[in-house]
Design a protein around this ligand. Structure first.
Ligand code: DC
Length: 231
C-alpha cells in the first residue's frame, strides 16, 4: 500500500498525540511529536539561564540554536518514544508546567520554527509518517494526503490534562492547567509566523464528547478507506 503523510493539528491537549501514536502503530508508520521539539528548545533555554524577568533573551538563544540537537529514541520495552536533547533523555522534564508556561513564546520565534520545520520535513521525506503539532497540515506538509484538525472545549481539555499530570505525580491545580491551556491557545493562534489554523482541506474532529476508542476508530476507518482508494 502507498505510504502517505498524515498531519494532525489542533489545540493543546486535544489528544492529538494519543491518536497519532495509535494510528502510527496500526499502520506501521513513524510517529513524530513536534510539540516535544518546541518543548526541548524551551528546556534548553531554561537550563542555560536564557530567561530573564523580561522573558527569553532572544539573541542569546538564536546564537546557540545550532548547539541544539533533538532526536527521538524508542523507549525500552514499550512502543513509546523518548525525546533526547543533546543526547539526554528529557521526556519527563519537557512535560513540566515550567516548560508548558514558556513554550508558546519560544514557538513564536521565526528562527526557531525555521530550524524545527526543516528537521520535520527531513523526517517525512520517505512518507509513512504521522506527525502532530499546530502547523503540520498548513506549513510543514501542505501536501499531506490526510489532515485532521482536533478541537474540544478548553474545560474538557484542561480536565484531561490535569488528570494526566496528577497521574504522573505532578503537583498542579486544575485552575493552573486551564489557564495554561487557554494562554497557549491564544498565543499559538495569534502569532505572526505559522499561527494555529485549520487547513482548508483538514477534517475537523471535535472530541469534547468522544472517547479515545471512538475517535481512533473513526480516524482509522477513514484512513483505510483513503488508502484503499489510492492503491
Ligand atoms: O503539542 P504540545 O502541547 O506539546 O506543544 C507545545 C507547544 O509547542 C504549543 O503550545 C505550541 C508549540 N507548537 C507549535 O508551535 N508548532 C508545532 N508544530 C507544535 C507545537
Amino acid at each position: 500500500m502507498k505510504k502517505i503523510i498524515i498531519a494532525i493539528d489542533g489545540y493543546s491537549s486535544t489528544g492529538k498525540s494519543t491518536i497519532a501514536k495509535r494510528l502510527a502503530k496500526a499502520l506501521g508508520y513513524v510517529y513524530v511529536d513536534t510539540g516535544a521539539m518546541y518543548r526541548a528548545v524551551t528546556l534548553f533555554a531554561i537550563e542555560n539561564n536564557m530567561f530573564t524577568s523580561e522573558g527569553v533573551d532572544r539573541e542569546n538563544l538564536l546564537q546557540n540554536l545550532d548547539k541544539i540537537s533533538i532526536r527521538f529514541a524508542k523507549k525500552r520495552g514499550s512502543d513509546d518514544t523518548e525525546t533526547l536533547l543533546n543526547g539526554n533523555n528529557v521526556e519527563d522534564k519537557i512535560r513540566s508546567m515550567e516548560v508548558s508556561n514558556r513554550v508558546s513564546n519560544i514557538a513564536a520565534i521565526p528562527e526557531v520554527r525555521k530550524k524545527l520545520v526543516e528537521e520535520q520535513r527531513r523526517m517525512g521525506e520517505d512518507r509513512g509518517i504521522v506527525m502532530d503539532g499546530r502547523d503540520i497540515g498548513t506549513v510543514v506538509f501542505p501536501d499531506a494526503e490526510l489532515k485532521l484538525f482536533m478541537t474540544a472545549t478548553p474545560e474538557i481539555r484542561a480536565t484531561r490534562r490535569y488528570k494526566e499530570l496528577l497521574g504522573k505525580g505532578k503537583q498542579v491545580t486544575y485552575e493552573e492547567v486551564l489557564k495554561n491551556v487557554s494562554q497557549r491557545d491564544y498565543i499559538d493562534s495569534n502569532r505572526t509566523d505559522s499561527p494555529l489554523v485549520k487547513a482548508e482541506d483538514a477534517i475537523e474532529l471535535d472530541n469534547t464528547d468522544m472517547g479515545k476508542d471512538e475517535q481512533f476508530e473513526r480516524i482509522y476507518n477513514h484512513t483505510m478507506r483513503f488508502l484503499k482508494q489510492e492503491k
